[in-house]
Write a protein of this length. Structure first.
Length: 284
């Protein structure tokens, strides 16, 4: 999937967490069969991409060994790709990315933006896949210690620009590079809201934007400490706002309602209309 050749609307990336400690589903899809079934269900609801991850990135989460991460994700990716799905692998490790692409993944979604593994950027370039570089200041176990900003939007934009430049210098094709502001990663609730209100400053970096807000803690704080699955309506509300701004894709735990919200935005904007935020060609 060349990310600039999309359907002219915001894409929906459905999440499949093949982990026992996901913040949102508590390991509901930790087995291979359950994860494959979940991926199929998200595709049936209209997901454009399926993002398969084998290591939790919730605040405080411990790392797993690379072999275990591959054991979790590779069979799920292989099966979903065989069925024609566009599959993304959610990993910070070059060796896992390589195994995932060999199994059929065509997108590498790296929450560390290449900082966790010095081999990642060169590997993504060699593999010739779409590469998502997220804003990151440290691993899940310690990231909230780094949630200090004088101007969160300006600083995130500057640090993402550094990851953009590093990816390009490593040989990642500019047409395959996507940026993610890292909502919830080393950020307070107020930081998240500020970033969402100032996405245009990140769009000015010249790359499409992937935004993941689904079920995150800052929504729970807004909704009187509602648990993760009780945050889905608020997640859809943000997808509507993000689609109206033309972001390249949203990353979500549920799909159908997000697809519907994007369809409404497209209809109101008129067929063929393209938004301004996400890239110079409208976030395709």
């Amino acid at each position: 999937m060349r990310q600039r050749n999309g359907p002219g609307r915001t894409l929906v990336m459905g999440i499949v967490n093949v982990t026992p400690d996901s913040f949102s589903d508590g390991g509901e899809f930790a087995s291979t069969d359950a994860a494959i079934s979940r991926g199929r269900a998200l595709l049936a609801e209209g997901a454009d991409l399926i993002d398969v991850g084998g290591e939790s990135t919730r605040p405080g989460a411990a790392r797993v060994e690379p072999a275990e991460e591959m054991r979790r994700v590779v069979p799920v990716i292989r099966e979903l790709a065989t069925q024609g799905a566009v599959v993304s692998v959610d990993t910070t490790r070059a060796e896992v990315a390589r195994a995932a692409v060999a199994a059929g993944a065509t997108v590498v979604n790296d929450v560390s933006g290449g900082l966790a593994d010095p081999a990642m950027l060169a590997t993504a370039a060699e593999l010739g896949v779409d590469y998502v570089a997220m804003h990151w200041r440290g691993p899940a176990s310690v990231m909230q210690q780094f949630s200090h900003y004088d101007d969160v939007a300006a600083e995130v934009a500057e640090e993402l620009a550094q990851r953009r430049d590093a990816a390009l210098a490593a040989g990642v094709d500019v047409d395959r590079l996507i940026l993610d502001p890292g909502i919830g990663f080393a950020k307070t609730a107020e930081h998240n809201w500020t970033l969402l209100a100032r996405l245009g400053e990140l769009a000015a970096l010249g790359c499409p934007l992937l935004v993941g807000v689904s079920r995150k803690r800052f929504l729970g704080e807004l909704l009187a400490s509602r648990p993760p699955k009780g945050r889905d309506d608020a997640s859809v509300a943000l997808t509507t706002v993000l689609a109206a701004q033309g972001v390249w894709a949203v990353r979500t735990h549920t799909v159908r309602a997000h697809v519907d919200a994007i369809a409404v935005v497209q209809r109101l904007r008129g067929e063929g209309h393209r938004g301004a935020v996400g890239s110079e060609n409208g976030g395709e």
